[in-house]
Design a protein around this ligand. Sequence first.
Ligand SMILES: [Fe+2]
Length: 97
Amino acid sequence: MLSKIPFDLDRIEEEDLDRQILRIAIIAELDAINLYEQLASLTEDEALRAILLDVAREEKTHVGEFMTLLLKKDEEQVEELEEGKAEVEEILEEEET
Ligand SMILES: [Fe+2]
């Protein structure tokens, strides 16, 4: 099931437009990864499975491209990404003790 993206151009502030475009592009790439991996798991054809998984890997590169640009345009996302990493590391450290 592909993501349904809430999208209403009239409601997007001009200064937010490129950030929203980038987030939508990232969602599309993440959907593509899941779709290709799910399709790969369905086929019995090894060549087709290999190609689907290779394409899925390429979609991860595309996530990286869009995310890199988004992080240059969204300082809050940079900060919250770091906050999220720190919270996960803290939880994982607690689980290990
Ligand atoms: Fe892609």
